[in-house]
Ligand binder design. Structure first.
Ligand SMILES: [Zn+2]
Length: 260
């Protein structure tokens, strides 16, 4: 069984200033920047005043501008141009809302997702908030539907929120762990491993766009995706374990392991 990690509803004004005319003007620039960066127009969607690519990845105005900056090296597990700057971000705190923690499996899944990252000994640690000493904060929220959403890093910081569909409350805690770990992966710059052919994990769908600067192959990882091969595949199965695969670990170690 496949579930599309799609965003269905995102509350208005959670990341833009509000629901008035200003966001629409901002969104026009975001969309224009994304197209210029190489994202196909049919991969871009606007839901409740927020712009998404790849169905579940929210793009801020700032991140869209950074996508147009020249990248180093050539392109071909995949990451965005923008990454978290571990010189300034050593501790990332994930702060669940009351609604989020009201779902016991979400609360447990969040702890398990944080543990997934911390087990790798990366240049940053993750911690569940509220806590102290946070260099960056990510709020964990809920929405209707079955899936999740998040966004790309910008300005050296992870994206500021992940949103999990309350429909996942009826799935196993391992599936919830998988989706939360996946969305946290987006906030630190991981793209979908099968971004070039969503049919691999979703059963249907095409490419999200190589996007030039926006889909950089991570050294040491395969360039091909397989079902179950990565926690960053576009769609998840009801049988997910919630754990990183060896490829996921290689990708994270390449980006954020050692040398810090
Ligand atoms: Zn995703």
């Amino acid at each position: 069984m496949f579930k599309r990690a799609a965003v269905l509803v995102v509350s208005c004004g959670t990341f833009l200033a509000g629901c008035d005319a200003a966001p629409r003007i901002e969104n026009e620039e975001i969309i224009s920047n994304l197209i210029e960066a190489g994202f196909p127009a049919d991969d871009i969607m606007v839901v409740d005043d927020a712009v998404y690519v790849g169905r579940d990845t929210q793009v801020s105005l700032e991140a869209s501008r950074e996508l147009l900056q020249p990248s180093e090296g050539s392109q071909e597990h995949y990451r965005t141009t923008n990454l978290v700057n571990t010189a300034i971000v050593k501790k990332i705190c994930i702060n669940p809302t009351t609604a989020f923690t009201s779902y016991p499996r979400f609360s447990q899944g969040l702890d398990m997702a944080i543990a997934n990252y911390n087990a790798l000994g990366l240049c940053f640690t993750m911690a569940r908030g509220p806590t102290t000493g946070c260099d960056a904060n990510i709020s964990a929220r809920t929405m209707t539907g079955t899936g999740g959403s998040a966004g790309f890093p910008s300005n050296g910081y992870p994206f500021g929120s992940i949103t999990i569909g309350t429909g996942l409350g009826s799935y196993s805690v391992d599936v919830v762990e998988h989706v939360i770990t996946h969305e946290l992966g987006h906030t630190i710059g991981l793209r979908h491993t099968d971004y070039y052919n969503r049919a691999i994990s979703c059963g249907s769908g095409g490419t999200e766009g190589t996007a030039g600067v926006g889909s950089i192959h991570i050294p040491g990882t395969p360039t091909t995706a397989t079902v179950g091969g990565s926690i960053m595949n576009s769609c998840f199965r009801s049988t997910e374990t919630g754990e990183f695969t060896s490829q996921d670990i290689a990708a994270l170690q390449a980006l954020y392991g050692g040398g810090c």
